[in-house]
Design a protein around this ligand. Structure first.
Ligand code: XIL
Length: 347
């Protein structure tokens, strides 16, 4: 029947579920997810700022609903994401009375966060995104100067994996990041991960976020990445796939976007609907990507799209407001797009 069924001999096909969908108990969308997908990720509700906004405060409601949905419908369940520099309260990195926090105290907070979350869903969450995005965007060859790194040094990442593995020895543990195909980033990460595998740090695989566009990255760059990480013995997940159809906004940033007609037209070229020609390009791009994934099905465990319908994609209004994007497999009315049919035709 659904998309996931078509690829059931290859890999899980998943979708991220938004906090709104869970809290509103949106039966139309949840029904669609149940029919089409075999794996689910929480888009935001398990992030530190949402689930653990203050030291002794936990908001379990949306996350519990997410786990309940996944369990009831027999989905491969992702936990997302334990240790990240983003969407985390600044108070985590602040000591008593506003003094700088000690390394020991911060490690304690990290352990408490991981233990509480992983323990609650032990035996239910199949795979955790343990650590997210540790590489600097400046040259891609060094550690990101996040508070985690600045206070704890590079070992914060290893510590997170060891803590998660102790909390649920049966869960699969991933490192998750974007642009993992950049040569400098690939070089840096394979160095870190090879050392982990050598020393027995518990990590099972890597997540390629796969926030792609119509042209970038090229297929052979993606394939080279698949081969490089797989040769190390790591399992591969495509964790947040979407295909941006809009021009790169960063090329125009700094311009008076909202007041300058020329720029706003360039940045939001499809305010009403996606022209048939671009629909076709998107379909071709998705079909080529899925054909590549099928080719490497022995090492790819899962392909998850970051959302379900274009209406709710984080790629709308990003990185500037007012943009209408079309990155997913279902349109704003939750109807399957040409891209969906193109993927189905592979099977
Ligand atoms: C995004 C969500 O989709 C948005 O709703 C939120 O405002 C910001 O985060 N990398 C990740 C995801 O690992 O958690 C991010 O999700 C997208 C980038």
């Amino acid at each position: 029947a659904g998309l996931a069924d078509a690829f059931k001999d290859d890999f899980f096909v998943g979708a991220a579920i938004s906090t709104d969908t869970l809290m509103q108990d949106d039966q139309q969308l949840l029904g669609l997810i149940d029919r089409e997908f075999s794996s689910v990720t929480a888009e935001n509700c398990q992030k530190w700022e949402e689930i653990h906004p203050a030291e002794n405060q936990w908001n379990w409601e949306a996350s519990d609903k997410f786990i309940e949905f996944g369990t009831q419908h027999n989905k491969h369940i992702l936990g997302h994401t334990l240790v990240w520099h983003s969407q985390i309260p600044a108070s985590v990195f602040t000591g008593d009375e506003g003094l700088p926090i000690t390394a020991k105290a911060l490690l304690g907070r990290m352990e408490n966060h991981i233990n509480t979350l992983v323990d609650r869903y032990r035996g239910k969450v199949n795979t955790w995104d343990v650590v997210n995005e540790v590489v600097s965007d400046n040259g891609y060859g060094s550690w990101r100067k996040s508070p985690w790194f600045n206070i704890l040094g590079k070992d914060f990442m290893e510590h997170a994996f060891r803590t998660a593995a102790a909390a649920d020895p049966n869960a699969e543990l991933l490192y998750n990041d974007y642009n993992m195909h950049y040569p400098a980033k690939r070089g840096f990460l394979t160095g870190v991960l090879a050392d982990y595998l050598d020393r027995g740090v518990p990590i099972n695989g890597v997540g390629f976020q796969a926030h792609y566009s119509l042209e970038d990255p090229e297929l052979d760059e993606i394939e080279k990445s698949i081969e490089t990480y797989a040769e190390m013995g790591l399992k591969l997940h495509f964790t947040e796939l979407d295909v941006d159809v809009l021009p790169k906004a960063f090329d125009y940033m700094g311009a008076e976007i909202s007041t300058n007609f020329e720029y706003s037209e360039k940045l939001n070229p499809y305010p009403d609907e996606l022209p048939a020609m671009v629909q076709e390009k998107l379909a071709e791009r998705y079909a080529k990507l899925f054909a590549l994934f099928v080719k490497h099905r022995d090492v790819i465990e899962r392909v998850t799209t970051w959302g379900v319908t274009d209406a709710h994609s984080w790629k709308n209004d990003w990185p500037v407001k007012g943009r209408q994007n079309y990155p997913l497999l279902f349109d704003r009315e939750a109807k399957p797009k040409a891209a969906y049919h193109a993927i189905r035709r592979l099977k």
